[in-house]
Design a protein around this ligand. Sequence first.
Ligand SMILES: [Zn+2]
Length: 259
Amino acid sequence: MKLYLFEAGVLRSYKHFFTFAVDVGKEFNVPVPFLLIDHPRGKVLFDTGNALEVVDHKKEHWGGILAAYDPVMSKEQWCVNAVRSIGIQPEDIRYVILSHLHLDHAGGVGHFPNAKYIVQKDEIHYAYTPDSFMRGAYIRKDFDKPVDWFFLHGWEDDGFDLFGDGSLVVCFTPGHTPGHQSLLVNLPKTGKLFFAADSCYTDENLENNILPGLAWNFGDCERTLQKIRRLRDDLGVKIVAGHDPSSWKQYKQAPGFYE
Ligand SMILES: [Zn+2]
């Protein structure tokens, strides 16, 4: 089993969108991570980064939200091309697990023809009918596609073990959005890595109990951060924040890998 980390470019943004009411107006550029896990029983993506359209037509594709999050991505960094760069074809992907359906995570939906797309049922409902303050972050044309969806159902499916061997466990982490989920990757040599995605944007959210600047439900965000802290402190799991420009740099990028 191998774990590859990719970066679908960066978002040029502002700090307070990631740390609520902290460093208001300060420029803050964040990575857009996604993962590929090459497991003996199938290749799996966790998230897909931005859509290819942001390379040449970001204004048409993302609209007004560009003022808050401005994507800078090359064609080579788009998930399909990034995966090809390590010799894997989009047809080879068996599962795409989506943390949630925001624009910097769901940009590759529909480009992996043989994949099942694992998403929370509540997430897809909300993505079609978001609150006004969340509307800009969901690009319907990114996810409104006839793919093979595989739905998980909140707490009932918390701890969903994809291959039944404990190597890839999907954890329900609501708050940022109603159907947010994170991925626990248990590697034989490296150990346990918890890819929080946007349930923990940066290390600062976790360390200083700072809520995210964009959230569906702050109470759920706080409970989810508590749960992540318990994974770290009680079970010794390494937490990988979803958009932390400093800690992300410490990790090997593809073609390097973890095993
Ligand atoms: Zn994000």
